[in-house]
Ligand binder design. Sequence first.
Ligand code: ADP
Ligand code: ADP
Length: 225
Amino acid sequence: SPVIEVRDLRKTYGNGDTAVHALRGLDLIVQKGEYIAIMGASGSGKSTLLNILGCLDIATSGQYLLDGIDTGEFDEEQLSLLRNRKIGFVFQSFNLVPRTTALANVELPLVYAGVRRAQRRERALAALELVGLQDRTHHRPNELSGGQQQRVAIARALVTSPAIVLADEPTGNLDTESSREVLGILDRLNASGRTVVLITHEDEVASHAMRTVRVVDGKVAGVLV
Ligand code: ADP
Ligand code: ADP
């Protein structure tokens, strides 16, 4: 069954002479348990799409069903709730809170979700173990390598058991060895049934996905199996 159903999605920034049509009628269906890579030139609309899929932004028109829920009528607060329940984000720049530990960073989404302290700790430790960082739980981000920081970010994305993991160039700031580790973790997540949507401009990275979706000028151009 589809976890993402997008139909005729359009996104325009600004209006009048300065309007930018970032998405121009994009269709996309992602089944539960799929692993897809989104590729496309800079400016083609990939991040705009990911922000809408992640309920960080709303489309100008078109339809987006997330796990069967029509997001069309949702206000910011409802979108924020949906985001916290359904989406895990991994960014190129890690986006960890610098002054606190790996464990506290991973617990953060559970704080938003209102999970009690003891259960937060247990679930955050389990997520850190899943990414192989059980012996780094009390390190701060600046005491960890880039690859380790990205693994903390993945643990944070996972800890709420989201329906979808959205990753925007997750290996963009990593060396080859760390990239391999991070991609290995995403592979394992997907093998255990999680849906993964990954933006990348590297064929090597995209080869980890089951299929590649190419975005050209705000539309899906072709599907490579
Ligand atoms: P990609 O991720 O493929 O590089 P983006 O989705 O970031 O593409 O951008 C698509 C188009 O929308 C570009 O022309 C970009 O300049 C424009 N754009 C993106 N975000 C904004 C914004 N917040 N305001 C205005 N224009 C934007
Ligand atoms: P709001 O004030 O709109 O309710 P949230 O509590 O949803 O905001 O989010 C607080 C911050 O955490 C925001 O900066 C948001 O971008 C970020 N955030 C929200 N959901 C997630 C998530 N699932 N993964 C990572 N960061 C998130």
